[in-house]
Design a protein around this ligand. Sequence first.
Ligand code: OAD
Length: 244
Amino acid sequence: MPTDSLERARATLAGAARVTALTGSGISAESGVPTFRGAGGLWRTHRAEDLATPEAFTRDPRMVWEWYAWRQEVVALAEPNAGHAALAALERRLEPGAFTLVTQNVDGLHQRAGNTEPLELHGTLWRVRCTECGEERALIEPVTESLPPRCALCDGIERPGVVWFGEELPEEVFEMAVEACRRSDVVVVVGTSGVVYPAAALVEIARAAGATVIDVNPEARGPDSERRIALAGPAGTILPALVR
Ligand code: OAD
C-alpha cells in the first residue's frame, strides 16, 4: 500500500463531519473468528453458505444449532482486536450521532470493544427467537442445553436471531444504514468481500451520494480515485493507523 494512500485517507477521515463504517467478518479474523468464505469457513464438511439457510434449519435444526453453538463458543473465547478498538475510538472522537457503525457480523465484538448500538444487518448470535410464537430472548453465554433449544412459553423450537440467506434484512435497521450512508462524508469499508446484497448496495448508495469510500482489506486493490482509497492490509494494523 502506498504511504500516501494512508496519509490521504487519514486526512480525509480527519476532515469528515459524518462517518459510517461498514464491517464484515474480516474485521474479526484477527480475533480468531473465521471469515465466511476464507480458510476456516468450513465446519465439519459443510460450507457456511449451506448451513445459514432456512432450508438447512428445517431439514436438520439440531445440526444447524450445533454449528451456531460452536460459533458462540469461538466468539465467547475471542477478544475484540485493535481494529475493533480503533472503530470504538473513532466513535468517541466524533460528535454524538455523527458516527454510524453498520455491521454484517453477528459476533457482538463491536459492542464488546465499546461501540454503542452498531446496526446489525444480519442480527446477532446472542439472541434466539421461537419459530412458533415469536418470543425472543437474549443469551449471555453459548447455548448448552440439548439442541435445538425450546421456547419456555410454548415449547416451540427456537432459532438463532440471525438473518439467513434468502431472508429479508430487518427493514428498520437497513433503512437506518441507508440513511447513514447517504449522509456520510466518508464510508470506511472493512473486511467484507462485498458480494452479499443488499449490504453491498450500501457502498453504492454512499458513493452515489458523494461520499469518499476507504476500503480496508488485505485484498483491497487500487486504483485510488478522487472518491475511493484502497488500504491493503489487515484491519488490526490499518485501522489504528487510520484513526490515530
Ligand atoms: P467474507 O468471508 O465474504 O469476506 C471476508 C473479507 O474479509 C474478505 O474480503 C477478506 O479479504 C477480508 N479479510 C480477511 N482478513 C482480514 C483482516 N485481517 N482485515 C480486514 N479484512 C480481512 O465475509 P463477509 O463479507 O462478512 O451473511 O460476508 C458477508 C456475509 O456473507 C456474512 O454476513 C454472512 C455471509 O455469508 C449471512 O449469513 C446472511
